[in-house]
Design a protein around this ligand. Structure first.
Ligand code: IMP
Ligand code: MG
Length: 173
């Protein structure tokens, strides 16, 4: 199935450079300890690269949400599949996402994490489909804005494939 050439949108070295810049930005704004919460599964590589460059004391946890829909389009309904396992009350949370598309997933996760009454809640996403975003939740850090196209690699999948790629490619049907 993986025989077609995948057009590269963002190369591995561009990703690594941008992750370093994001980490620097976070390091400049944060001295207090952070609870870094990765959204499974798509953020796993970004999260792994990012946390290794952060200089404040860190706790790591993961959440997983699922939205019903087909392989390239999410529906509005989001359910929590995996919740936090560490206490979030009075912590500074940094929520790490692979991509914010419609924002449905982010909104559901944001409300859910807010219910734990953290001291602060910030969002860091690698990719941001900015033109589609209609929510009022601020995106505090983002790596790249992209057009409305379906991307794969560096954690992101099409039908659970391609997550392992070290670059971000465009999925063409
Ligand atoms: P949203 O709820 O529409 O913002 O979609 C969020 C989730 O859908 C992301 O966390 C991804 O897991 C997935 N997703 C959205 N766009 C893409 C894409 O272009 N490629 C791969 N996954 C995507
Ligand atoms: Mg995701």
């Amino acid at each position: 199935m993986q025989t077609k050439k995948i057009p590269v949108l963002i190369s591995a070295s561009e990703i690594q450079q941008r992750v370093r810049e994001l980490a620097e930005e976070i390091n400049q704004r944060h001295n207090d300890s952070l609870l870094v919460v990765g959204v499974l599964k798509g953020s796993f590589l970004f999260m792994a690269d990012l946390v290794r460059l952060l200089s404040c004391p860190i706790t790591v946890d993961f959440v997983q949400a699922s939205s019903y829909g087909n392989s390239t389009e999410s529906s509005g309904e989001v359910t929590m599949v995996k919740d936090l396992t560490v206490a979030a009350r009075d912590k500074h949370i940094l929520l790490v996402e692979d991509i914010v598309d419609t924002g449905n997933t982010l909104q559901a996760l944001y409300w859910h994490l807010e219910s734990y009454q953290p001291k602060s809640l910030q969002i860091c996403t690698l990719l941001f489909k900015k033109h589609k975003y209609r929510l009022s939740i601020p995106i505090d850090y983002y790596g790249f804005t992209i057009e409305d196209q379906f991307v794969i690699g560096y954690g992101m999948d099409y039908a659970e494939q391609f997550r392992h790629l070290d670059y971000i490619g465009i999925y063409e049907t």
